[in-house]
Design a binder for this molecule. Sequence first.
Ligand code: APR
Length: 318
Amino acid sequence: MLNKIAVIGGGNIGGVLVQEIVKRRLAREVALVDVKEPDLAKGKCLDIAEGTPVIHSDIRVRGSKQYDVIEGAELVINTAGVPRTVRPDGTIPSREELLTTNLKITDFVSNGIKKFCPGATVISIANPLDAIVYRLFMNLNPPREKLVGMAGVLDSSRYRYFVAEEAGVSVENVEALVLGGHGDSMVPVRSCCRIAGMPVEKFISPEKLEAIENRTRKAGGEVVNLLGTGSAFVSPAWSALEMAEAIIFDKKKIMAASALLKGEYGVDGLFIGVPVVLGRNGVEKVIEVDLTDSEKERFNKSVEAVRKTANEVIERTK
Ligand code: APR
């Protein structure tokens, strides 16, 4: 259990995060900050706090429009930013199209973290994922252990769910990794997908696997289209909590996450989705997977897509 966790952004994802932190008792106190009037964060936290007697949780919940509420947090989960949503013409934007708006919000968020909890470990969820984490890195300049993006856990979970459904087995039996950027170029790594330790190809045909991998790449958009307003929020929140719990309980758990590469995979100075070991110190290790040639090729393409958006981030700083 930590003393204090801060959630930044109290919309759909932030709301689920606060509820779950209180239910799972991950910290003695959870603080929520959101700039939305009249006082969204305070309202959400009051609602949750008033329910704590019923769920037998003595966790303190505090929400505010002011960033000082996050003072002293050891772990920050950042969800501040606009989500994708269906446009009036029925199309949906790419995550990259959120960049302009969400960069401004991220600069605001960075100032809050810098002022009130500069030493915190940060898990960021806002999109476009890898680019926003990169901006946080530029603004906060933390050691690589302390800043990580949540995307791979969610993308891998989506892949696992589709595989389990197709194979007719428990989701608990399916292990999978989705690497690269959190965009259409992400790489579901078939050679790492196992069902109860056996290669996935034993259960599912290559054609069906191909279809599942395509669906995984577009899974976020599928939910956006169905919801009509906003994007997926329960599975992203649960995925971030999977990472938070690995850190809080020092699990040394391996999962895909957007981490700063320092030469691994031949990449230097970019945040990319790769398997990492998460423990008390945050990102304790980056693991290099032996990819097949075609997976390597697709991974490199994904790196280039992430680099392009990261360069835009740099351009917009000048
Ligand atoms: N500081 C704090 N909160 C902010 C700020 C800010 N500077 N700017 C915006 N917010 C808040 C908004 O007021 C809103 O309540 O962030 C919240 C975002 O919530 P939603 O719009 O419900 O979006 P959500 O579905 O939670 O997604 C958040 O995560 O997955 C990504 O693409 C998604 O970028 C989006 C982010």
